[in-house]
Design a binder for this molecule. Structure first.
Ligand SMILES: [Zn+2]
Length: 245
């Protein structure tokens, strides 16, 4: 996966703010009428709810920026992003030549975005992949995300999702993120050091509390922490291994 980091941290910070805001707004913006989105609650999907969430809010944010705050748009930065991601597009100057009806150049930014909607959607998809990649590594964010989603589901009177087998590709991704250790107590679960260590893949927000069967709601725990967590509310840890010591 090629990461070019186009405004990734700005968008990641925006997502972190959103998940602690009103859940009716931030989760209500997902296209729940789409069977693909709705199904993410009940069956593990490689396009996770986190991906749908990031795309929906990047699209909303960017449309609003072009429409309401054109002074915040830097056309050259947009061109550069298209070029770095190799996304075919019509440059603003070219569009402007055939769109001379406005005096102020900034008034043509939003019409340009609408004209190049396909190119912008491709750019937002690439940004989504990168933002979701960064956020999947942040358990603290994932806890807030899943708590907000569960509250949204509680308000719309969802039933709990049924337990299903966690696919190997989810386990591998989570194992990699946790560095083969229990997310809470950091016990080594690789089987190389503690031979009796059992890996348990846990829903950060439990299914019975309206947690989703989604990759972003899974963490790796040892048996002891999983047993202890069973009786307590959703939790995770904010501790990560340093790259070196
Ligand atoms: Zn543990």
């Amino acid at each position: 996966m090629e990461l070019l980091f186009h405004r990734v941290y700005e968008m990641a910070e925006m997502m972190a703010g959103l998940v602690t805001a009103d859940c009716d707004y931030c989760f209500g913006e997902l296209d729940w009428d789409s069977p693909c989105v709705d199904r993410c609650l009940i069956a593990f999907s490689k396009t996770s709810l986190l991906g749908y969430f990031c795309f929906a809010h990047i699209a909303i944010h960017e449309r609003r920026r072009f429409r309401k705050d054109p002074e915040l748009v830097d056309v050259e930065t947009e061109h550069l992003a298209f070029e770095r991601y190799s996304i075919p597009h019509k440059r603003f100057e070219e569009f402007r030549q055939n769109f001379p009806r406005v005096e102020d150049e900034q008034d043509a930014f939003y019409p340009w975005m609408l004209d190049q909607e396909e190119a912008f959607a491709q750019l937002w998809e690439r940004m989504t992949d990168e933002v979701a990649h960064v956020l999947f590594g942040n358990r603290g964010f994932l806890l807030e995300f899943n708590l907000g989603l569960a509250e949204y589901r509680r308000r719309r009177r969802d039933r709990p999702s049924t337990r299903c087998a966690i696919p190997q590709w989810v386990k591998k991704a989570v194992y990699f993120r946790e560095n083969g250790k229990c997310a809470l107590c950091k016990k080594d679960l690789s089987g190389l050091i503690a031979l009796d260590a059992k890996q348990q893949y846990d829903h950060i927000v439990p299914l019975k509390s309206l947690g989703a069967n989604d990759p972003c709601n899974i963490q790796l725990l040892c048996r002891k922490c999983n047993l202890l967590k069973g009786a307590s509310p959703a939790r995770t840890s904010f501790i990560y291994d340093p790259w070196w010591k």
